[in-house]
Design a protein around this ligand. Structure first.
Ligand code: ATP
Length: 199
């Protein structure tokens, strides 16, 4: 199986996430995309995130209608920061015969050379990097390759019409009681309301 691994804070999950997962699935001929909500994002330490159980529940609601999408709560069950290299090593153990693809947006490709154990990440998975407005995808790939020999050959770029939205912007809209219709799946909007998230 060709397995996509898609980590994120998903606070909350939005159409930017869902669209890149769907395009990655098709462009790289993946059989499944596994969403991995982050426990503690090492790059967001100190920033309060919504409790993992809620972020996980929202991912479940968002992917329910797509048979090729699945989710694991592995990072949420672990203590400490969620390092991608550890997560990929765990997934490799669980799926020894699968080929792994790490799905990231261009903003993360730009900082990938600074991630812990990036060489190990590139050994374990092909990196599928997708357009995200605000970061030049091609330039980030070239810079990553220049910083670390061998990395460029493990990166595959997938260009899409950029969706310039973030969870931060959506949280802000929710707090201000502005509509987020069409930006989050309706079930996720209902979940936020029922559980008084982002108020
Ligand atoms: P926040 O605003 O809270 O920092 P975010 O919207 O960037 O959150 P994350 O959960 O941190 O979302 O992102 C998970 C992954 O999805 C990252 O690899 C990120 O690059 C990618 N991603 C998120 N939003 C988009 C988008 N609009 N277009 C392309 N990639 C995206």
């Amino acid at each position: 199986m060709r397995l996509g691994v898609f980590g994120g804070t998903f606070d909350p999950i939005h159409i930017g996430h869902l669209v890149i997962a769907q395009v990655a699935l098709e462009e790289a001929g993946l059989d499944q995309v596994l969403f991995v909500p982050a426990g503690v994002n090492p790059l967001k330490v100190g920033k309060a995130a919504t409790p993992g159980e809620h972020r996980l529940a929202m991912v479940k609601l968002a992917i329910a209608g797509t048979p090729q999408f699945a989710v694991t709560d592995w990072e949420l069950r672990r203590d400490g920061p969620s390092y991608t290299a550890l997560t990929l090593a765990y997934i490799r153990e669980q799926h020894p015969d699968d080929e792994l693809f790490l799905i990231i947006g261009a903003d993360n490709l730009e900082i990938l050379p600074n991630w812990r154990d990036v060489e190990r990440i590139a050994e374990l998975a092909t990196i599928l990097a997708l357009t995200r407005p605000g970061t030049d995808l091609q330039a980030s790939a070239a810079a990553a390759g220049a910083q670390l020999a061998g990395l460029r050959s493990r990166i595959r770029l997938v260009e899409i019409p950029g969706l310039d939205i973030s969870s931060t912007w959506l949280r802000d809209r929710l707090v201000k009681n502005r509509s987020v219709a069409h930006l989050l799946p309706a079930e996720v909007i209902g979940y936020c309301k029922e559980n008084k998230l982002y108020e």
